[in-house]
Each structure stands twice: as structure tokens, then as C-alpha cells.
Write a protein that binds this ligand. Structure first.
Ligand code: PLP
Length: 382
């Protein structure tokens, strides 16, 4: 309400120094909570910005990576050689972002994952794909690794992927949109090991960090590359502060010129709850998800398809051969009850129902009621 009510329009530093300075401060706070290396922080050699969504952040870092590569290759005509790598579990927003950044869709490599790696991206398969492309005269540009994939919460091995990215000079971006929030807890921080090898990382406090839509943190090691790619310098915006180069003009770190005072939202969340309560929120959601997973496991009609990751449980009714769309029908029955809403994913051809716990007010009794609802609907279907 404050953010909308104040209606601050922070194009550049001079139009709202407070919005800009607070944004830089909360990005450093958030980065420190995640124990990001100082190379991503303003207090170190990098910096961060708030975007509305991961998709916007992805477009911007892809543009920065593209422009850096095209400069080295000697011109825009080389854009058709640039290749982007991701896994088949990577959020589709990166394909959209790559297309928006002018990368030919045929140069987007979706590397297959499977149950055997828990749906995480294999560094060996990445290497094979890169070597194949180099043999064909293409230029590897960008790798997106995910901490907490959308379908199942899988985590890509950042440190090993980082080594491959360094070897072939790829820009490594880490998408921690959902599970990044969890990494404030020391017991989950290891998922970020190897982050020092990345060029950029993003996470959405609006997913699991008690922050209202929209709020996506993007940190980048070399903000200059973002600014080189996205900056504009029209006469009407010229001012002494910008000229001094001593201030951050966030218009050069994003797509649009106009920007909201999003930092206020994150500031309120961090100050209002504090680190200990934020960790409590994450841990209690995980505990509820664990309990849900145990309840599913106790009912022999159901099965857990992949082990729980974070607060996300992928399960299904064990199907009989003649009932292929059983789980689809079950999901429809649950959602059309109006009492709960879940979504699905297909993992290596298997349709799973996803129970994700993460909203502000969810409590144990809601989860228990959900399980009762699922059992009732399953009973009617069977
Ligand atoms: N990346 C991951 C891992 C996600 O789970 C999501 C949303 O579900 C996104 C990216 C897309 O985020 P946004 O809607 O902020 O673009």
C-alpha cells in the first residue's frame, strides 16, 4: 500500500534518490542473507537491482551477455552463432527471454534430464552439447542453471556447471526464483555452493519470502556490462548526478524507464520480520511439506514420484494401466472444489500433482484439510 500510495516514479537517481539508495541497500542485505560473495554486492564490486519478474531479469542479462560476446566477435551479424544452454526443466521464461534478446530459437539447447539425476542438469551432457556446437562453428554464450526447478524443485550442480561455463567462457546465470529464499537458512545454503563462478543470479522474494507481487532480485558481478547494453542518455534525463557517475541510474539496469519503489516492500519485509522469523517461515513450510509427504507415503493408493524438494511435493495416485488420466481427473476434482488449488507437471512422461506450500498464512490445519480433500476426491474417483 505504501509503495503504491507514495507513487514514487524512480526513473533515475535524481528523480528519487531515496528509492534508488534504499534499493541498493536492500539488495545488499538480501545478498548478505544469502551469503553471496561480495563480488555480487555494492559493498563489494558488483550490485543488484529489483525487477518485476525473472523474465525481465533474464532478458536483461541475456542482452548484456549477447552484447559482450558480439563485441568480442566483431559485429551483430554474428548473433546467429550464439547458443544458449539450459535443461529441459529450466523455466520456459528463459526461452522467451532468449528469443527477445534475438537469439535464434534453433540455438536454444534444452538438455535432457531424467529420474537418474533427480532432474538436475548433468555437467557431462552440457559439455557434450557445447563441444558439438563448437564443432559446428557456433559460439556458446549463456547457461542458465536453476536452484529449485518449477516442475519438481530440482537443483542443478552449480559448482560443476560453473567450471564448464568458465572453461568455455559462458555467461552463467543462476535462476533461484523459487528456492533462493530457502537459501537464507544455513542448512539449505549449500545449494548455492559455486555461486562465485556465476556472472549473475536472480530470485523472487514474491514467491517464498513473504513479499507481495512483484519483486525479483537480480545481482550481477559486472553491472557495467548491463549498463553498456541497456543505457540510454537522452537530453531530457541529463543531470549532474548522473554525469558524476557517482550514482546508480537504475533505468540502465532494466527494460523500462519508469520504475516503482519496490525496495520499500522488501525493506518492510526484512525489517518487520527479521532474519530469524524469515528462517522460521521457510522452515515451518518445509516441515508442513514433510508432513504432507509422510501422509501421502502412508496411503498405499498414492506414491511420491520424486523426493520432496524444499516445500514442494510431487505425488500421484498409483495408476492402473487402463486409467491413464486418473491423476488429471483427480487434480480437476480437487481444484474445482474451490477449496484448494494445485498444479501439475509431467516428469519423464509421468503426470504428477504438485503440492507447494509457501503462502504467508498457510498453517498445518490447512495442509491436513488439503490431504483429507485429496483422499475424499480419490475415493470418489476410484
Ligand atoms: N524460474 C523459476 C524457477 C520459476 O519457478 C518461475 C515461476 O514459476 C520463474 C522462473 C518465472 O518467474 P517470473 O514469473 O518472475 O518471470
Amino acid at each position: 500500500m505504501l509503495c503504491s500510495g507514495f507513487n514514487v516514479v524512480g526513473f533515475n537517481w535524481i528523480s528519487s534518490p531515496a528509492a534508488t539508495e534504499l534499493e541498493s541497500i536492500v539488495l545488499d542485505w538480501m545478498g548478505k542473507m544469502l551469503k553471496l560473495p561480495s563480488s555480487f554486492l555494492f559493498s563489494g564490486t558488483g550490485g543488484g537491482v529489483l525487477h518485476g519478474s525473472t523474465c525481465e531479469a533474464a532478458v536483461c542479462v541475456l542482452a548484456a551477455a549477447r552484447d559482450k560476446a558480439l563485441k568480442e566477435l566483431g559485429g551483430w551479424e554474428n548473433i546467429t552463432k550464439l547458443v544458449v544452454y539450459a535443461s529441459d526443466q529450466t523455466h520456459f521464461t528463459f526461452q522467451k527471454a532468449a528469443k527477445l534478446a534475438g537469439i535464434p530459437p534453433s540455438n536454444f539447447r534444452l538438455i535432457e534430464t531424467s529420474f537418474s539425476t533427480g532432474f538436475s542438469l548433468s555437467p557431462e551432457n552440457l559439455r557434450f552439447a557445447i563441444e558439438d556446437d563448437i564443432k559446428s562453428g557456433l559460439v556458446p554464450l549463456f547457461l542458465c542453471a536453476t536452484i529449485g526447478t518449477t516442475p519438481s524443485g530440482a537443483v542443478d550442480p552449480i559448482a560443476e556447471l560453473g567450471k564448464v561455463a568458465m572453461e568455455f567462457k559462458l555467461w552463467l546465470h543462476i535462476d533461484a526464483a523459487y528456492a533462493g529464499s530457502g537459501c537464507i537458512c544455513p542448512e539449505l545454503r549449500h545449494y548455492l555452493d559455486g555461486v562465485e563462478l556465476a556472472n549473475s543470479i536472480s530470485m523472487n522474494p514474491h514467491k517464498w519470502f513473504l513479499t507481495n507481487m512483484d519483486c525479483c532480485c537480480l545481482w550481477i558481478k559486472e553491472p557495467k556490462l548491463l549498463v553498456d547494453s541497456l543505457s540510454t542518455d537522452p537530453e531530457i534525463l541529463r543531470n549532474n548526478a548522473s554525469k558524476s557517475k557517482a550514482v546508480v541510474d537504475y533505468k540502465d539496469w532494466q527494460i523500462a524507464l519508469s520504475r516503482r519503489f519496490r525496495a520499500l516492500k522488501l525493506w518492510v519485509v526484512i525489517r518487520r520480520h527479521g532474519l530469524a522469523n524469515l528462517m522460521y517461515h521457510i522452515r515451518s513450510d518445509i516441515a508442513m511439506a514433510k508432513r504432507f509427504e509422510a501422509l501421502v507415503g502412508e496411503d498405499e493408493r498414492f506414491e511420491i514420484v520424486v523426493p520432496r524438494k524444499f516445500a514442494l511435493v510431487c505425488f500421484r495416485l498409483k495408476p492402473k494401466v487402463e486409467e491413464e488420466d486418473l491423476n488429471c481427473k483427480l487434480l480437476e476434482a480437487i481444484n474445482s472444489s474451490g477449496r484448494a488449488f494445485m498444479s501439475h507437471a509431467v516428469l519423464s512422461g509421468i503426470y504428477v500433482i504438485r503440492c507447494a506450500i509457501g503462502t504467508t498464512l498457510t498453517q498445518q490445519h490447512h495442509v491436513d484439510a488439503l490431504w483429507k480433500l485429496i483422499q475424499d476426491k480419490a475415493q470418489s474417483l476410484l
